[in-house]
Ligand binder design. Structure first.
Ligand code: ADP
Ligand code: MG
Length: 725
């Protein structure tokens, strides 16, 4: 076997030094790189129709994309009023169809030569002359020999993306196919397998050489899917193996603190609460307790919907640590949220003799230095703060538990910094809203999971309505009515102004006009992002003390704020908000046993039937995609109260990149897999890899040698993080 990593593409048939250089520029150096340059799309004969079929589809209302194959018979430049239109007429069988372009005409004019065969794809329309027409279609030139193959044998034709580097060296659709076909014939069998046979058998996957052959020249959709899944599975399997190793390491190699449970103390605390914990809270608490009692450090993710009562649960974990003589630090993503946690904890622990401190930016230097000293000498039990907790020079006397609220806003590194302030402290991560399962299994894969899936019993589901802004006057009357019943209301509006000054002006003028208009007889407060945290906090406290009936606000109330009498939330221009943001905002109300309302105001859309949610945006224009997504977001809010359902929908709409963004969040870069679509494969890969590490953590078994070798070769850097040498 030859090592395909070390054979340059230059030596392949029809490549040579000049073309090799072009390949190198797009990152293809070796033969192996080329074999892994997969087609960006395929043309499948079973999906090609003829003109009369397509005419029928369109007449019957089909409005998706369609592919036709035809030969160029004519092209013309048409002057229509002030516009130029370029039109190409194709013949297919005995019928014709046409394609038109309004932009980039000179480029297209030079492309289409009479007699050439093309596959064109777009959304077809029927013109008023009864012609089938495509506007600005995607098109691919077909080589005559290939097309013979294509029509006679039903083969599927691969298309490779052709960056300008390749085009400039005269590598077109036909030549790249030839180059790759040759490489596959000559070298595919030399590719080394990366998965052990038993996994390949178990999951009915093709081996690498077969998979590569199929990818470049599939005989059927089904084969192609199998081959594609092979590479996706491999990618996910190794991702999860690293996660499993990291988790195993934390569990077995690192010694943490063994806390003991002070039962009378916990009982005293539970008795002091104005409510009883839900079954779900108790179940989760037991999981946390077992972790804390064990010598292995806890590394647990606590998930639950907004308002499900995660704070009380994490507070009990804190009590366990404190009663064992340890300190606790709790980190929140924003000052307003840290402040709220601080207040809540102080309130809930008021009958106990513990010192609790808040550390956020912008505090007085003397105050801060004093606090730091108290933390260092151990006289402070609980420190609540923002990222200031790790940016500042804080050291603890005996840090036993780290609680991180909304971890995805913090980077992996930041989290590690905080944890490093103690000697293997227990870590409890909580999320403000549920996260999609695919994310839990990758980004948070090394954490144990606890889920609160039940709301406190007396809560009524929030009633959510979508209304046009023409109804605002009626909505304001409803709000006034509810104020009479003792309800408070949030009125949220989106930030639309780019500049901070303008934003402030917008907030103030909105506030002024409501306050002196429809709400002149009630008390109205204002909260916006330009206020100092002190002012924000003061405003929130005044709202909580019912000094205001209405709080007009930008999204700064988004997280955590908890005010039991606030039971109406009106969200203006709801289409401007993301789904998880809307759900978070809605979670600000309905925190007591009273009926709560969330009114989404948007003039854009009518509600959708959930059965008609489509997550396939392939053929749509940008603005159509945006509209569809917005429709789904708003409809889903009306339809679902449960954050776990909404998290999955949001994930399909936005994908991991948009939700978890940057590399610093630690989100893995995946080459073949789309986590929004391939979750089934992820579940399988995760189970396989965790089973293996469970039984053979050091990868010593003969059947696992391939796995060990592969991770050592491929993930040198990541391996350091996984602690296996
Ligand atoms: P979240 O999960 O969003 O952090 P919180 O912990 O802030 O939710 O709880 C929301 C509200 O519900 C708080 O006012 C809290 O005191 C209250 N709460 C928590 N658990 C219960 C329960 N078991 N029964 C009734 N109310 C509860
Ligand atoms: Mg909370």
């Amino acid at each position: 076997m030859s090592d395909l990593n070390s054979i340059s593409v230059q030596y392949l048939k029809s490549v040579g030094p000049k073309r090799a250089e072009a390949f190198n520029k797009i990152g293809i150096n070796s033969v192996k790189d080329l074999l892994y340059y997969f087609p960006s799309k395929y043309l499948d004969r079973s999906q090609i129709f003829n003109v009369s079929q397509v005419l029928k589809f369109v007449t019957n209302g089909y409005d998706g994309e369609i592919t036709l194959i035809g030969k160029v018979v004519d092209s013309q430049l048409i002057q229509y009023r002030k516009k130029k239109i370029f039109k190409v007429v194709f013949i297919e069988g005995a019928s014709t169809f046409e394609c038109v372009w309004f932009q980039g005409i000179s480029y297209f004019q030079n492309r289409f030569k009479t007699g050439e065969l093309y596959a064109v794809s777009a959304k077809p329309v029927i013109t008023r002359y009864g012609h089938l027409q495509f506007t600005h279609p995607d098109f691919d030139k077909l080589d005559s020999e290939e097309s013979k193959d294509f029509f006679n044998t039903g083969k599927i034709i691969p298309f490779y993306s052709l960056p300008k580097e390749l085009r400039s060296k005269n590598i077109g659709d036909t030549s790249i196919r030839k180059i790759i076909r040759n490489a596959v014939e000559q070298y595919a069998d030399d590719l080394e397998e990366t998965l052990p046979d038993y996994l390949i058998l178990k999951n009915k996957l093709p081996k690498i050489p077969d998979a590569i052959r199929i990818i470049h020249s599939p005989n059927s959709e089904k084969d192609l899917e199998n081959a594609t899944n092979r590479f996706k599975y491999e990618e996910l399997f190794y991702l999860e193996i690293l996660v499993a190793l990291r988790k195993h390491h934390l569990k077995t190699k690192v010694k943490g603190t063994k806390f003991s449970i002070d039962k009378p103390l916990l009982k005293k605390f539970l008795d002091s609460l104005p409510f009883k914990l839900t079954e779900s809270q108790l179940k989760v608490l037991k999981e946390i307790r077992l972790d804390m009692e064990s010598e292995q450090p806890m590394n647990r993710l606590l998930q639950g919907d907004v308002g499900s009562g995660k704070t009380v649960v994490s507070l009990i974990a804190m009590l366990i640590a404190i009663s064992n003589g340890y300190q606790v630090s709790m980190m929140a993503p924003t000052e307003i949220l840290a402040t709220q946690h601080f207040e809540t904890i102080k309130k809930l622990l008021s009958k106990f003799d513990y010192n609790i401190k808040l550390i956020i930016g912008g505090q007085k230097k003397s105050e801060r230095e004093n606090n730091l000293e108290l933390i260092k000498n151990g006289s402070i039990h609980i420190v609540v703060g923002t990222h200031a907790l790790f940016e500042e020079n804080i050291s603890f006397d005996k840090l036993g538990l780290v609680v991180i609220d909304e971890q995805h806003r913090f980077g992996v590194v930041q989290k590690a910094k905080l944890v490093a302030k103690g000697a293997a402290p227990d870590v409890l991560v909580t999320t403000a809203t549920p996260i999609p399962r695919a994310i839990t299994m990758t980004l948070y894969g090394d954490l144990d999971i606890s889920i609160i899936n039940e709301m406190p019993a007396e809560r009524k589901p929030i009633i959510t309505a979508l209304r046009s802004d023409k109804k605002l006057d009626e909505i304001y009357l409803f709000i006034l009515e509810k104020i009479n019943e003792g309800y408070q209301t949030y009125i949220v509006y989106p930030l639309v102004e780019e500049s901070e000054k303008l934003e402030l002006k917008a907030a103030e003028s909105y506030y002024e006009s409501l306050k002196s208009g429809v709400f002149k007889d009630v008390k109205v407060g204002l909260l916006h992002g330009r206020m100092s945290w002190k002012d924000k906090e003061e405003t929130m406290i005044r709202f909580a003390q019912k000094e205001f009936d209405i709080l007009i606000s930008t999204t700064v109330i988004e997280v955590g704020i908890d005010i039991p009498d606030a039971n109406v939330i009106l969200i203006n221009d709801a289409h401007r908000f993301g789904l998880s943001q809307l759900h978070q905002l809605r979670g600000r109300v309905g925190r007591s046993n009273k009926q709560a309302y969330c009114i989404l105001v948007s003039d854009f859309f009518k509600k959708l039937d959930p059965k008609s949610y489509r997550f396939d945006f392939g053929y749509m224009s940008r603005s159509e995609i945006e509209r569809s997504k917005t429709k789904i977001r708003l409809s889903a809010m009306v339809q679902y109260n449960n954050g776990f359902d909404l998290a999955e929908i949001d994930f399909k709409l936005r994908g991991p990149g948009d939700i978890f963004g940057t590399k610093q969040s630690g989100f893995p870069e995946l080459r073949w897999t789309d986590l929004t679509e391939d979750s089934e494969l992820l579940y399988i890969a995760q189970k396989d890899s965790f089973d293996i590490i469970d039984k053979d953590a050091k990868l010593l078994n003969a059947e696992n040698q391939l796995i060990k070798k592969h991770i050592k070769n491929t993930f040198k850097e990541k391996l350091k993080l996984s602690f296996i040498a």
